[in-house]
Design a protein around this ligand. Structure first.
Ligand code: TRP
Length: 337
C-alpha cells in the first residue's frame, strides 16, 4: 500500500507588543484574523517584550501589561493547545540570532525604516541603538521559526520586507539556511482610523482617548466614543471621497457584520448619522463582549496562564534552537561540547 507523506504545515509567526491594551484597530486588523489561521497553519505568536523596551517602560506596568496581553490574545481566539504562544524574553535564541543578523544588516537599510524615523521623531530624547536595530530583532523572530507567512498590519510590511532581504542575503552567502517569509496583510480592517482624526491610524498611544476604542472598553464607553466620532456635514451614510470619518465607521461596521458597503448604504438610507453611529457602537460592543468575558475568566486563573506560557516557551525554544545551531555552524563558531 502506498503511503503519502503529509505536506509540512506552513508556519505563521507574528508578534504583538505588550504595551497598552490593544485597540479595535489592532483587533480587527490583526489579532482577530489570527484565530482562523490556527487550523490551516502551524501558528506561532509571541508577546514581544524585548521590542517593548526600545521605548522607556515602567517595569511594574510592563509586567502587568504583559500578563494582560497574554490573556487578551487568548481571549481574542488564540488557543495555546493549537498554537505556540510565548514571551519573547523567555526564548534567548531571539536575542542571539538578532546579533548574528545585525552583523549582516547595513546601517543604510535600517536608516530607511519609516517606523524608526517616526519613533525617533517622537522620542527625540531617547534615540537608542535598540530603536535602530528593532527590525533586526523582528527579522530574528520571524526567521528563527522558518516562517512562511507573517500576519501583520500594513505598517509592518516594510519590516517584513527587510527580514526577507536579510534571509535572502544570508542564504546567498552561507547556503540555504532560512525560509524567506511572505507578509500576510489582512485586507479588511487593516487600516482602522482614529475616531477623532480619520486621516491617521487608530493608535493606542494617541493622547486623546476618544480617538480609539480599546478591546476592554465597556459598552457605554464604546457607544459614547462612536457617537462622538468625527464625521462630515453631508449627512448621508455613503462611502466616498472627503468622507474619511464615515468611511472609517463603515469599514468598522462592515468588518464586524460582514456587510458590504452598498448594503450598509441601503440599510441607513434616509437615516441620520446618529442612528448609524449608534448601530456601529452597538455592533462593536457586541463583538467585544465575549472577548471581554473570556479575558476576565483568564485573569482569574493566573496558574493556568503560567502553565500556558511556560509550555509555549519550551515549544518555541525547541524550534528556535535548531535554527540558531544551524546559523552558528554556518558562521564558523566552534560547536559546544
Ligand atoms: N513590530 C511589530 C509591531 O509593532 C511587532 C513584532 C515584533 C512582529 N516581532 C514581530 C510582528 C515578528 C510580526 C513578526 O506590530
Amino acid at each position: 500500500m502506498e503511503t503519502t507523506v503529509p505536506a509540512r504545515k506552513k508556519i505563521t509567526f507574528s508578534g504583538i507588543q505588550p504595551t497598552g491594551v490593544f485597540t479595535l484597530g489592532n483587533y480587527l486588523g490583526a489579532v482577530k484574523n489570527w484565530g482562523p489561521l490556527q487550523d490551516e497553519y502551524r501558528c506561532i505568536y509571541s508577546i514581544v517584550d524585548l521590542h517593548a523596551i526600545t521605548v522607556r517602560q515602567d517595569a511594574k506596568a510592563l509586567r502587568e501589561q504583559a500578563l494582560r496581553c497574554y490573556a487578551l490574545v487568548m481571549a481574542a481566539g488564540i488557543d495555546p493547545e493549537k498554537s505556540i504562544l510565548f514571551y519573547q524574553s523567555h526564548v534567548p535564541a531571539h536575542a542571539e540570532l538578532s546579533w548574528a543578523l545585525g552583523c549582516h544588516t547595513q546601517f543604510g537599510e535600517l536608516s530607511r525604516m519609516t517606523q524608526f524615523k517616526d519613533k525617533s521623531a517622537k522620542h527625540a530624547d531617547n534615540i537608542n541603538a535598540g530603536l535602530f536595530t528593532y527590525p533586526v530583532l523582528m527579522a530574528a523572530d520571524i526567521l528563527l521559526y522558518q516562517t512562511d507567512l507573517v500576519p501583520v498590519g500594513d505598517d509592518q510590511k516594510q519590516h517584513v520586507e527587510l527580514a526577507r532581504d536579510i534571509a535572502g542575503r544570508f542564504n546567498g552567502v552561507y547556503g540555504k539556511t532560512f525560509v524567506v517569509p511572505e507578509p500576510y496583510i489582512a485586507k479588511a480592517g487593516a487600516r482602522i482610523k482614529s475616531l477623532t482624526d480619520p486621516t491617521v491610524k487608530m493608535s493606542k498611544s494617541d493622547p486623546n482617548p476618544n480617538s480609539f476604542i480599546t478591546i476592554l472598553d465597556p459598552p457605554e464607553t464604546i457607544l459614547k466614543k462612536c457617537k462622538r466620532a468625527v464625521t462630515d456635514s453631508d449627512m448621508q451614510v455613503r462611502y466616498g471621497e472627503g468622507k474619511d470619518g464615515i468611511n472609517n465607521l463603515m469599514t468598522i461596521y462592515s468588518v464586524i457584520t460582514g456587510k458590504a458597503f452598498d448594503a450598509i448604504e441601503a440599510e441607513f438610507e434616509g437615516k441620520g448619522y446618529g442612528d448609524f453611529k449608534t448601530a456601529v457602537g452597538e455592533a462593536v460592543a457586541e463583538e467585544l463582549r465575549p472577548v471581554q468575558e473570556k479575558f476576565r475568566q483568564l485573569m482569574e486563573a493566573p496558574d493556568y496562564l503560567k502553565e500556558c506560557y511556560t509550555r509555549g516557551a519550551e515549544q518555541a525554544a525547541a524550534l528556535a534552537e535548531r535554527t540558531l545551531a544551524k546559523v552558528y555552524k554556518k558562521l564558523g563558531f566552534v560547536a559546544k561540547g
